[in-house]
Design a protein around this ligand. Structure first.
Ligand code: ATP
Ligand code: FE
Length: 311
């Protein structure tokens, strides 16, 4: 990436085919595949960008949070690159990366609120400026993406289930009434485990339930809560920018619902293109550039952190 915005190459090596047969990510399998692939991926990224190692001015890497085995492979490789090329090392928080995916489309405008919806996180983050993150709310149990994946499993759909449910939901009608966890009045926290259980009960009780209608009902319940809490966070902080981030941003129902509500409320909504919604290195480079410009570099003693806090 050049100048924090211009994307020179973005090589993604997906392990999904490997994990699909286990119905989820097996940490040890993921780490091993990272070791096997990382050198070739780094070379391909340089080749596609048309640059050499000596042309780089810094290397950014995800420090956490996540599976520590997989994180360690990235951190070790980035340290080696930093040392070999004599360039600064920048440690990036994975969720900061998801938010900065939007920077690759158009510069972020502060202050803003970001709704982060991914496989492991569902959070509302307030950003007064670059590199500053204040958490307004988070999930108390399952993440939105996790709920999608678990409900997909109940419906016998392949992993990761989010895109499959999204597609199926468009063929059905939200005829089943499922719970919305608003939690305490004014809370910007989320909870999705009750909804997942309710879908499980529905499938058991109504053997003839049409899977497309179940998917549509589930999607409507998730999307309604995500949308209304995001709008509430924007109103409470008085910002006019709402930035969507994470793998579930690819969800068509969520995109439509947020677009409609933001138009009604006069809020500017930004959604990354699908390829930048799920995990990618470009978003880490984008977030890393702003940390570098802020002088926030890391030493060669950098360690991966499975539970790294944001900000
Ligand atoms: P985290 O970023 O929290 O560590 P992750 O990196 O595993 O988690 P992402 O890559 O951001 O997560 O997103 C993957 C998740 O997004 C999966 O749970 C997947 O089911 C979900 N997802 C992808 N596309 C869609 C979609 N169209 N609708 C709903 N969910 C989707
Ligand atoms: Fe992610």
């Amino acid at each position: 990436m050049a100048d924090g915005r211009e994307l020179l190459s973005n090589v993604i090596s997906s392990q999904m085919d490997l994990h699909r047969r286990f119905g989820g990510v097996v940490p040890e399998v993921a780490s091993r595949r990272h070791v096997e692939r990382i050198t070739a991926i780094l070379q391909e990224a340089l080749d596609r960008a048309g640059v050499r190692l000596g042309d780089l001015s810094a290397v950014a890497v995800t420090q956490g949070p996540g599976l520590v085995g997989a994180l360690l492979i990235g951190v070790s490789a980035a340290k080696a690159l930093s040392f070999a090329a004599g360039i600064p090392l920048v440690a990036v928080h994975h969720i900061a990366g998801h938010i900065y995916a939007n920077q690759l489309v158009e510069p972020l405008r502060f202050p803003l609120v970001s709704l982060v919806v991914s496989g492991g996180h569902t959070e509302l983050i307030y950003m007064p400026a670059h590199n500053r993150f204040e958490r307004l709310g988070k999930t108390r149990d399952d993440a939105a993406g996790e709920a999608y994946d678990k409900v997909a499993r109940l419906l016998g759909l392949p992993y990761p289930g989010g895109p499959h449910i999204d597609r199926l939901a468009r063929e059905g009608k939200p005829v089943y009434s499922l719970p919305r966890a608003w939690l305490d009045r004014d809370s910007l926290d989320f909870s999705f485990s009750g909804l997942k259980t309710a879908v499980g009960n529905l499938i058991r009780q109504e053997e003839k339930a049409n899977p497309a209608d179940v998917a549509a009902s589930f999607q409507e319940a998730v999307v309604e809560v995500l949308t209304e809490k995001a709008i509430a966070a924007v109103k409470r902080t008085g910002v006019t920018e709402l930035v969507l981030a994470g793998g579930v941003s690819a969800n068509s129902g969520l995109r439509e619902s947020l677009a409609k509500r933001c138009a009604e409320e006069g809020i500017r909504l930004r959604i990354p293109p699908p390829v930048l919604c799920t995990d990618n290195a470009a978003m880490i480079a984008a977030a890393g550039t702003y940390r570098l410009w802020d002088g926030q570099t890391a030493g060669l003693d950098l360690n991966a952190a499975a539970n790294l806090p944001l900000g």
